[in-house]
Design a binder for this molecule. Structure first.
Ligand code: HEM
Length: 519
């Protein structure tokens, strides 16, 4: 009003701009192309993608969506085109195998590295199942068991370092960087047959090509171009932040997001160049009986003429991150919960002392009930991948929880929310209670329908066996060797929510229980 009175032209421009912007939000809302107007949700979420973006940026998406479900009910609208379901029964409707099931949404496009799709980013069902078939035999339970010996070795090196640096000095420390080194080293060993050496050097600085375009040139000899040292853990974190935030944006805003998040986008290129460099080094040292993923992959595709190293590179970029980020944060969470609950830690100590042999045997580790219960409870309570993995309803539409959704609608069931459902887990789903997983002989435990840390169906986690074996071994080794306490028992676990929940700090103290290393 004031501006109009002062200058009618400025006032007119402002009023018109405001009306156009408002119409831009309200016209799609009233046109309702996805027939979602009847579903409740925050008003801003119904008319604009800004709400979901804000929730993403806040780093608290899982808690906010969980709260919104409590407020508005089991089926809510979280963006103009997206619906979230909180009932565990919706999980199989959305994600299980089936003819007319939903496919991955455009959210996954942001995760495509070097311009090529991989098993994680393929949205076409046919392409996804081809890629999945090719990788399937590289992730068997047998391979996971074999790899557990390497996990033992690398973990024991880390625990030796803790013993000399922190037990002797009785000092508390942040275990996050250490466990980041451990998880990345293990994944490097699994993929390339050799760790990045981060645990040994107690540093995340690794050599990468100075010019990433050269690194990505699969024809360039890897040892002939100049390198620089990069901080691998910060590069991986920046890359994940970028992928997640650009992923949340609607397709026509993704280009803008890429410009705004230039620095994080660069991290993505640097990481791709680094992995390409490692892959080229690995390809230049052939082995006859390979025990790494690259070697096994090459044996498989040997007969195929159309093999391109770039397509293997694209898979490796994803596997290295998917396999390290998830296990790293899960292990830190397990350490935190056990350090906080002295009863649970003592029960675990007793079980490990009674049954765990040295050298560590895979079979004993697999059959330790309390260890298994601690791991399940961590994966439930922490929920390493917390969000409703976004799926697009196929053209012909689909039924979810008895409701029909039209083609193009995005749907998801937040894993964090079903992991905290009071109807399944009881009154205090926010508590760490490993006992809930132990059958006392009376109750029949039936949590499978509401326990989905690795998701379900054709795109569920391919590394599930690997992750479970690795985590069991690492938790067992850590607690066989040390008694762990939190520096400040009142400290909450500091978490940021991205695609994978990220622990930002966890300060602990360690006391020796066992002299020598178990490897
Ligand atoms: C605690 C550890 C882990 C958790 C909680 C976890 C969780 C998940 C989840 C929920 C998905 C589905 C994602 C989606 O549909 O968008 C997934 C997919 C995937 N995970 Fe894991 N993961 C873990 C460890 C691993 C490991 C160790 C590897 C590899 C070594 C791995 C490799 C993958 C790959 C390649 C996919 C894509 C599969 C596909 O789309 O077909 N993950 N993971």
């Amino acid at each position: 009003m004031l501006i109009s009175a002062l200058n009618p032209t400025v006032g007119w421009i402002l009023t018109s701009s405001f009306s156009i912007i408002l119409a831009g939000f309200l016209v799609p809302y009233f046109r309702d192309p996805y027939h979602l107007r009847k579903y409740p949700g925050p008003i801003l979420a119904k008319i604009s993608y800004a709400w979901l973006l804000w929730v993403g940026i806040s780093g608290r998406r899982s808690q906010i969506i969980h709260k919104i479900h409590k407020k508005y009910g089991p089926i809510i609208r979280i963006s103009p085109s997206e619906i979230s379901f909180s009932h565990p029964a919706a999980y199989s409707d959305v994600y299980s195998f089936g003819k007319n099931k939903a496919t991955k949404s455009t959210f996954y496009d942001a995760f495509a590295s070097i311009g090529l799709t991989n098993v994680f980013t393929s949205r076409s069902k046919t392409e996804h199942s081809q890629k999945r078939k090719l990788l399937h035999s590289l992730f068997t339970a047998e391979i996971a068991r074999e790899f557990s010996r390497r996990t033992c070795m690398i973990t024991s090196t880390l625990l030796d370092k803790w013993a000399t640096r922190h037990v002797e000095k009785e000092s508390c420390f942040d275990c996050v960087p250490w466990i980041s080194f451990l998880a990345l080293d293990e994944m490097a060993d699994f993929v390339f047959g050799e760790s990045f050496g981060m645990v040994t050097s107690a540093s995340d600085l690794v050599p990468a090509p100075k010019d990433m375009r050269l690194g990505l040139d699969m024809a360039a000899p890897p040892d002939e171009y100049p390198t620089q040292h990069i901080s691998l853990t910060s590069i991986v974190s920046s890359r994940e932040t970028y992928n997640y935030l650009v992923g949340v944006l609607p397709p026509w805003w993704k280009a803008v997001g890429r410009r705004i998040l230039r620095v994080q986008f660069q991290a993505s290129t640097i990481f791709s160049g680094f992995v390409a460099h490692r892959l080229l080094q690995r390809l230049s040292t052939p082995t006859e009986a390979p025990h790494d993923l690259v070697g096994r992959f090459l044996l498989k595709v040997d007969a195929q003429e159309d093999f391109r190293p770039e397509s293997l590179l694209s898979e490796l970029i994803t596997i290295l991150v998917a396999g390290s980020d998830t296990t790293r944060n899960s292990l830190i969470a397990a350490i935190y919960y056990l350090a906080k609950s002295s009863d649970a830690q003592h029960t675990l100590h007793r079980e490990l002392d009674t049954h765990m042999s040295s050298p560590i045997s895979d079979i004993t580790i697999e059959n330790l009930p309390f260890l298994g219960a601690c791991l399940n409870e961590t994966l439930r309570l922490f929920s390493p991948v917390p969000l409703g993995l976004p799926r697009t309803v196929p053209e012909e539409g689909m039924m979810i929880r008895g409701e029909h959704f039209v083609g193009g609608t995005t749907v998801g069931v937040p894993i964090y929310t079903i992991h905290h459902d009071e109807a399944v887990w009881g009154e205090n789903p926010g508590e760490f209670r490993p006992e809930r997983w132990l059958n006392d002989g009376n109750a029949k435990l039936d949590f499978a329908h509401a326990f989905k840390p690795f998701s379900d169906g054709p795109a569920s986690c391919i590394g599930r066996q690997m992750a479970l074996t690795q985590l069991r071994v690492m938790i067992a080794l850590v607690f066989k060797r040390f008694e762990i306490h939190l520096e400040d028992p009142a400290d909450p676990l500091r978490i940021e929510d991205w695609f994978v929940r990220r622990v930002t700090e966890c300060r602990i103290g360690v006391r020796r229980r066992y002299i020598g290393s178990l490897s």
